[in-house]
Design a protein around this ligand. Structure first.
Ligand SMILES: Cc1cc2nc3c(=O)[nH]c(=O)nc-3n(C[C@H](O)[C@H](O)[C@H](O)COP(=O)(O)O)c2cc1C
Length: 446
């Protein structure tokens, strides 16, 4: 299947000191990455050298389970606020897109529209919003518990409409700033939103200019049925976790079918499965690197964390070491992360692993781990691209900066040599580099 210019797009999904549960203890990992700006400056600059499309920051608005056994060895209790870190990175980078996760459950659309419009101007058109409904966090926002899945998605649909409506408050040329005539604003080039909906009442207009890209790039993560429905309506880049080529192809085809039903063009959406590479000069070196990472994981704590993610009422850490995991019947559906629960359940049914084997398979939180040489990794990436399972990938580096340096130093040159990836940035804005169109204002064309 020939798509776009025949080239892959690449995002870097960064979190703390890496995506692997054992990352922070690795000798080539910065254990203080969540609290040391210089680390992230360096990663962003390495990613630009590797010509990545975007740096993609995940987020949570809670520490999560307060189990001391988990907290003691997990590095994810601290994290940068994406909308504080990315503006700082905007001024020390020139090309890379800056995509921040911001949830629709515990924010207000006006604040989100304003922050992302500001980031788009600060970065000269490199901002993106990863729209999520939040995995956890109700307890920090006046709720007794987390909000139900269906309620979160209903709010998210309306939230998106309000944010994008606010971005269309002004024509691109609404502000002549003409000192001679005293005209700061052409008032006829303003549109007051006046939104009255089930969840929001927002008058507008937004007190920020229209974003440089029309709208910042809209990314979305959440692959349940409700998540896919939201993506078909809103997203231009879908970040998803897919373990096998056939699952990846099915997801891609489903998203494109939904897109067509929503009346949107096929080229208006990019699908980015997550991919966590472990790169070695030889296959055995790559395997050794993977084993080294696994050895840094506290299995009891990691299995507890995995039980929380899976959320089917099994305490994986209590299961006998040699016995395959047995799933309960019927399976309780989680209110938190339904697509990740499904992915793990499918994996258990397919491979019948013990709890420890499951832990090794899910070292990158459910994203596909790919252990191999640069050419083996490139071959797999090309295969998913050509077989219609991916337009690009969100790379999850097992540890930072080691895993990132391996990828940029060894895999990117191989992708470039095969013509699968750019050697220079094509455009100025994130949209231009991704091959996505500028979004014209619905009220003021031309
Ligand atoms: C690949 C992927 C990445 C995600 N990243 C985040 C994240 O950084 N923060 C967050 O709160 N939720 C994240 N989510 C989940 C979303 O919040 C989602 O809106 C919701 O919680 C449930 O996901 P579901 O649609 O898969 O059930 C992610 C989901 C996927 C599939």
């Amino acid at each position: 299947m020939a798509r776009r210019d025949g080239r892959l797009r690449l995002g870097a999904f960064l979190s703390g000191s890496g995506a692997h549960a054992g990352s922070w203890r690795h000798p080539q990992a910065d254990a203080d990455a969540s609290i040391n700006f210089e680390r992230y400056r360096q990663y962003a600059q390495t990613l630009e050298r590797g010509r990545f499309d975007a740096l993609f920051l995940n987020d949570n608005v809670a520490v999560g389970e307060l189990d001391p056994r988990v907290l003691r060895s997990s590095a994810y209790s601290l994290r940068w606020d994406p909308l504080t870190l990315l503006p700082a990175l905007a001024v020390v980078t020139r090309h890379i897109g800056l995509i921040a996760t911001a949830n629709t459950s515990f924010n207000e659309p006006y604040n989100i529209a304003r922050s992302f419009a500001s980031l788009d101007h600060l970065s000269a058109g490199r901002a993106g919003w990863n729209l999520v409904t939040a995995l956890i966090g109700g307890e920090n926002f006046n709720q007794a518990a987390h909000l139900p899945h269906a309620d979160r998605y209903a709010r998210a649909e309306e939230f998106f409409d309000v944010v994008t409506g606010l971005w269309d408050s002004w024509a691109d040329d609404a502000f002549p700033l003409d000192k001679a005539s005293g005209t700061w604003l052409e008032t006829a080039r303003m549109r007051v939103l006046d939104h009255q909906g089930e969840h929001f009442r927002v008058r507008g207009p937004l007190n920020a200019p229209r974003p440089v890209q029309g709208w910042p790039v809209i990314a979305q993560a959440g692959s349940s049925q409700a998540g896919r429905a939201l993506a078909a309506h809103s997203a231009e880049l879908v970040f998803t976790a897919q373990q096998t080529l056939s699952e990846g192809r099915a997801f891609y085809a489903d998203m494109h079918q939904r897109l067509a039903l929503a009346g949107r063009a096929a080229e208006s959406l990019l699908v980015f499965p997550g991919l966590a590479p472990v790169v070695g000069r030889t296959t055995s070196e790559a395997q050794e690197k993977h084993e080294q990472l696994q050895a840094l994981v506290d299995p009891e704590a990691a299995l507890k964390a995995l039980s929380f993610l899976l959320d089917i009422g099994i305490d994986l850490e209590r299961l006998p070491a040699e016995a395959p995991v047995v799933l309960p019947e019927p399976l309780p559906l989680t209110e938190r992360h339904q697509s990740r629960q499904q992915l793990v359940v499918d994996l258990i049914r397919r491979e019948r692993p013990t709890a420890r084997q499951l832990l090794a398979r899910l070292g990158a939180g459910g994203h596909r781990l790919l252990v191999g040489t640069p050419s083996q990794i490139v071959e797999e990436m090309a295969c998913w691209f050509e077989e219609g399972a991916a337009d690009g990938f969100n790379l999850l580096f097992t540890h930072l900066p080691g895993g990132l340096d391996d990828f940029v130093g060894q895999v990117v040159p191989e992708l470039q040599r095969l013509g699968l990836f750019r050697r220079e940035y094509e455009g100025r804005t994130l949209r231009e580099n991704l091959g996505l169109r500028y979004v014209p204002n619905r009220h003021f064309q031309g």
